[in-house]
Design a protein around this ligand. Structure first.
Ligand code: SF4
Length: 235
């Protein structure tokens, strides 16, 4: 092919790529993805055990780099000893570190939990704030944690929870190519209707745990198989 012909051919390839991208994000495909997730997880719940917004906040901070199962083993006795923000605000960091050691990164988590509890007591009259902006002022709270608490505890859709499962599956299903959780969330907010933001996060997290696992996804059991072009598909 001559160099002139190559130059002419280039825009056509871009057009094809753009068209393919649109196909992955088409309303029809998204509808099928939502339907598949609804069939798999019709009554989805947050997997972290909690009895209040504050306990969910603590459990979510503990769940960073740790499984929910492990967190759920630690929190029952933790919340029995320290049920609310006033109890945590008074705690010595070293004491809390021992209680949460098995969740990993325990020094930082203990520091953030005590810091968040103090701020809630001092600035928010002992109640977890109900806005994203206020949530983000709490130590150790970024958008993922804030979305979990706002959505699950208060039923307020502030965004889509993007944890490690949602991040991976958004890429596998080509719903986002974002390099950071914030970028992936931005893409998902565009694609997922607002009334689905809360359940969608939970559904995809369960989907990632049960089927679309990181190392060996169970593609043979996956209802989204026909919609998926992931390079690491197993069938
Ligand atoms: S087909 Fe496999 S990789 Fe694709 S979404 Fe399903 S489980 Fe994940």
């Amino acid at each position: 092919m001559s160099s002139t012909a190559l130059r002419k051919a280039k825009p056509a390839r871009h057009k094809t790529a753009a068209k393919k991208k649109d196909v992955y994000k088409s309303a029809q495909r998204l509808k099928k993805i939502f339907a598949g997730l609804d069939r798999l997880f019709p009554d989805v719940q947050c997997a972290l055990t909690h009895k209040s917004a504050f306990q969910l906040l603590v459990a979510t901070i503990l769940s960073a780099q740790c499984t929910d199962e492990r967190v759920n083993k630690v929190t029952p006795s933790l919340f029995k000893k320290y049920p609310g923000p006033h109890d945590f605000a008074r705690l010595d960091q070293k004491v809390l570190e021992q209680d949460i050691k098995s969740t990993g990164f325990f020094r930082n988590k203990a520091k953030n939990i005590i810091g968040a509890a103090k701020k809630i007591v001092e600035d928010f009259k002992g109640k977890v704030p109900q806005s994203m902006d206020e949530m983000l002022t709490l130590p150790g709270v970024a958008r993922k944690t804030a979305n979990v608490v706002m959505g699950t505890a208060f039923g307020i859709p502030t965004g889509v929870v993007v944890d490690t499962h949602v991040f991976r599956i958004a890429h596998r299903l080509k719903l986002s190519s974002g390099k950071t959780p914030e970028n992936v969330e931005r893409d998902l907010i565009e694609l997922v209707p607002k009334d689905r933001w809360i359940p969608f996060g939970h559904q995809v997290i369960w989907f990632g745990r049960k089927i679309c696992q990181a190392r060996k996804p169970l593609c043979i059991e996956c209802p989204l198989n026909s919609l998926c072009d992931a390079p690491d598909k197993t069938v």
